[in-house]
Design a protein. Structure first.
Length: 380
């Protein structure tokens, strides 16, 4: 159940503003915990990139999840929010020396390494600090996920990971380096995945790869399967929870049960609990359509402009019959559109609209293009 946006609190602050339903977030974290409670060695690391609002991060840290980070800034944000260094994993194709040293000095639990070149740099930096870096190798499994082309990551043509064909050689290199402790394998095939068959394909590929490494006498101590579980953007009131049951049971059915498994979920944890609330500035009669011009733009929520993503929109303050609108922002870009031909309760200047399911990759991708201030937030 989604609690309604606290409109009285919204009226007191500058819009656009992100509003997060913390009871839904807590319920989601509880659901995640429930589904893995029969696998004590499984761990979910929340993908910080989805939303690094400090209040949200603190809540997730206190629920006992780990943190999956992709930059030194995210490692810092996770530490500040209370995640233990031993619960932090760090991935990314382009880690700078400064970022690697931060991870080493803070004693994070894992570097997910994406190339031999990176492995060698981490080895050198770790030895310079008299340390041994715990490393997993990110494998490019060459699997296409059924999602938007910009958010698939596991194809051979993508920049991510080490091609699975050369993996045994790279593991041998990792084992030969004194500053590296080789631990496991890391995968991530994409985001907003709704077809569980994509995850079972991943499991089968992982089984093949583990089999190959086993035959070559190269054991692995754990597996990180990444994130990617999608949410229902079309029915934000009826379906507030991602299909965690189906998701985790896919891995229970298809993965070897003797290895610890790590997950890196982002969108499915925070997506449904957030709405971007904005105000109608003008209702403009175009030649063939009506525009509701709002005070939020692609600067606060870039997903529609960047991926053609759908977000449901509600008028929170009108009781009048519905009319059809294009909901557009103030940014000087034609793609600054939140929705075309949307049925909304009749809009007037000053009405508040909620752009739904915006808890993931909304606030975290905000920019100050056009010299706009970053949006604030309300946790309710
Ligand atoms: N692990 C890795 C290595 C990742 O690259 C990602 C997301 C995740 C975990 C978390 O995936 P999730 O569970 O959230 O699907 N900005 C895009 C999504 C980009 C996802 C990038 N990587 C969007 O708004 O749809």
């Amino acid at each position: 159940m989604m609690a309604p946006v606290p409109i009285d609190r919204v009226r007191e602050v500058r819009t656009p503003v992100y509003c997060y339903d913390t009871s839904l977030l807590k319920e989601t974290l509880e659901t995640v915990r429930f589904h893995i409670s029969d696998r004590p060695s499984w761990k979910v690391h929340y993908a910080v990139k989805a939303n690094f609002n400090p209040g949200i991060l603190k809540l997730i840290a206190s629920a006992g999840l780990g943190a999956d980070c992709v930059s030194g800034g995210e490692v810092r944000a996770a530490l500040d929010a209370g995640f233990a260094p031993s619960d932090i994993v760090y991935a990314g194709v382009g880690k700078s020396d400064e970022e690697i040293l931060l991870g080493l000095d803070e004693g994070i639990s894992r570097f997910n390494v994406e190339s031999v070149a990176e492995l060698k740099v981490i080895d050198t930096l770790a030895r310079s600090r008299g340390k041994v870096a715990p490393v997993s190798l990110r494998v490019n499994p060459d699997i296409g996920a059924h999602t938007h082309a910009n958010i698939t990551t596991g194809l051979a043509e993508n920049k991510f990971g080490i091609y699975h064909g050369i993996l045994p050689d790279v593991v041998r290199i990792a084992l030969s380096l004194k500053g590296i402790e080789f631990k496991g394998l890391h995968f991530h095939i994409g985001s907003q995945i709704l077809d569980m068959a994509d995850f079972s394909t991943l499991c089968n590929r992982i089984a093949d790869i583990l089999g190959r490494l086993d035959t070559e006498g190269l054991p692995v101590s754990d597996i990180n399967v990444g994130g990617g579980l999608g949410i229902d953007y079309y029915n934000p009131d009826d379906i507030t929870m991602a299909s965690f049951g189906a998701y985790f049971s896919t891995f229970k059915r298809h993965l070897r049960s003797d290895l610890p498994v790590h997950f890196e979920l982002g969108r499915s944890i925070v997506g449904p609990c957030g709405s971007l609330v904005c105000k109608v500035l003008y209702v403009k009669e175009g030649l063939t359509r009506k525009f509701a011009v709002v005070d939020a733009g692609m600067t606060e929520l870039i997903r529609p402009a960047l991926y053609g993503a759908y977000h449901h929109i509600d008028n929170l303050t009108s009781m009048m019959p519905e009319e059809k609108y294009d909901v557009v922002g103030p940014i000087c870009e034609s793609s600054d559109v939140f929705g075309k031909a949307r049925m909304l309760r009749c809009c007037r200047r000053g009405d508040y609209l909620a752009i739904r399911s915006a808890g993931a990759y909304g606030e975290s991708m905000a920019s100050s293009y056009n010299c706009r201030p970053l949006p604030g937030s309300i946790l309710y």
